[in-house]
Design a protein around this ligand. Structure first.
Ligand SMILES: Cc1cc2nc3c(=O)[nH]c(=O)nc-3n(C[C@H](O)[C@H](O)[C@H](O)COP(=O)(O)OP(=O)(O)OC[C@H]3O[C@@H](n4cnc5c(N)ncnc54)[C@H](O)[C@@H]3O)c2cc1C
Length: 394
């Protein structure tokens, strides 16, 4: 950091706004490159309030670079339950994902970045930016800080994207979740497509007697959640409301700023999970910041490397995921039921077990489309495709 005591605002190579998992991952990667890095967070405690179901694939968890202390449960598969009671169990037989305490996880990620040398300024919110300077207000009153490169990791409602007038994600889902006491097999996540026609509802077991039940959608979210939650009875022990951005913003960089994680709309359109994809974007943003600083080049052409990097890495999966999200909007309960029955074919289940990857759905979709049991549903899928392309949903 430069300019200490000169009266001018302190300047950092990189300022990261937001200390969620993406901001902390970006801050850690930046200090690993040897860049002076400040992370600004509006809340006084990192990781809270929790706005997450805490289901992370093995890969996503590995990307976080933390110990196992946030892990509450391990799951090996999922059970899809349709409104008419059809069930499809997909069991990999080995741990596929972890259920974590996001508060603990986020804090450990921030601690790792701080230990590596990143500075953190908590209870401080950015409210204005101008000519490479950020204006903040918080526990120490009003402040100013300068940056060479800014990484906006300030979540789905990104203040930075708003201040810069950036075009945002195509869709926003409202998410509601409660932790309840309910008996369920802790090895399997429950997925309930008909409880939320625009997305799905979930049950994520914490242990044999507790689960997080939740739902995300675009309309009547709270109403649908109260009717979905009735089957679980039990007292609510914790309640979460949040927003999930679906669809990456059209341009993810500009004017020395890169948008990472939820700020850029990087949540997976198939599941709403944003930790894995977000951390991947954090890594690419840090690599780009490093090359900008090394070459003393901060123009948009140099910054565009960020978009090339994330597109090479997760672009295809996000694109195919968005197609599946759009297709999902055209599936009614009858079609979901037929699809669930088609997916119960042993051949299909084998493909899902072999190629299924929560974070990278492109491969399994490609393999599934080769399967005869799905051809039989091709008329229905084609009709859904036409509805998707024409916007007709009658
Ligand atoms: C109900 C629900 C369930 C979910 N379940 C899962 C799941 O199971 N698995 C999964 O992978 N993902 C899940 N997600 C998505 C996941 O929570 C997000 O994708 C992830 O938190 C994104 O991380 P982030 O760091 O980009 O943003 P955030 O975690 O939102 O962090 C942004 C940070 O920026 C700070 N900030 C915002 N504005 C300012 C400002 N002006 N100044 C300073 N600081 C600021 C915020 O306080 C916050 O700490 C879920 C989301 C919801 C809503």
């Amino acid at each position: 950091m430069n300019n200490r005591g000169s009266g001018r605002p302190p300047e950092y190579d990189v300022v990261v706004v937001g200390a969620g998992p993406v901001g902390s991952a970006a801050a850690f990667a930046c200090v690993e490159y040897g860049l002076s890095t400040l992370c600004i967070e509006e809340h006084g405690t990192i990781g809270y309030p929790v706005q997450c179901a805490g289901l992370l694939s093995q890969n996503a968890f590995r990307e976080c670079g933390v110990s196992g202390k946030s892990v509450l449960n391990e799951v090996s598969g999922a059970e899809v339950v349709t409104g008419s009671g059809n069930r499809l169990l997909i069991d990999a037989g080995v741990t596929k994902a972890f259920v974590v305490d996001r508060g603990i996880l986020d804090r450990e990620m921030a601690e790792r970045a701080a230990m590596a040398g990143a500075e953190f300024r908590l209870k401080t919110a950015v409210y204005r930016m101008e000519g490479g300077r950020l204006f903040t207000r918080g526990i120490d009153g009003h402040g100013e800080v300068s940056y060479k490169v800014l990484i906006a990791a300030d979540g789905p409602r990104s203040t930075i994207a708003r201040l810069r007038g950036m075009k945002r994600a195509g869709f926003y889902l409202g998410g509601v979740q409660a932790e309840v006491r309910c008996e369920s097999d802790p090895r399997f996540v429950g997925v309930y497509p008909d409880a939320s026609p625009e997305f799905f509802a979930w049950r994520i077991p914490i242990d044999r007697g507790r689960a997080r039940i939740g739902l995300a959608g675009m309309t009547r979210v709270k109403e649908r959640f109260s009717s979905f939650s009735q089957q679980f009875g039990g007292a609510c022990l914790d309640f979460v409301l949040g927003t999930i951005p679906i669809g990456v913003m059209p341009v993810t960089y500009g004017d020395r700023v890169m948008y990472a994680g939820d700020a850029g709309g990087f949540a997976k359109p198939t599941s709403g999970g944003g930790v894995y994809t977000g951390i991947r974007t954090a890594r690419h943003a840090a690599a780009t910041a490093d090359s900008c600083i090394e070459n003393r080049a901060f123009d948009d052409t140099t910054l565009s490397r960020y978009e090339q990097l994330w597109k090479q890495d997760i672009g295809t999966d996000l694109e195919r995921g968005l197609m599946m999200f759009r297709m999902r909007q055209t599936l009614g309960p009858v079609e979901t039921d037929r699809l669930v029955r088609a997916l119960s074919d042993p051949d299909i289940l084998g493909v899902i077990r072999q190629y299924g990857d929560m974070d990278r759905p492109a491969r399994v979709v490609k393999e599934l489309l080769k399967k005869p049991a799905l051809y039989r549903q091709s008329g229905m899928l084609l009709r859904c495709g036409i509805r998707m392309l024409t916007g007709y949903n009658g």
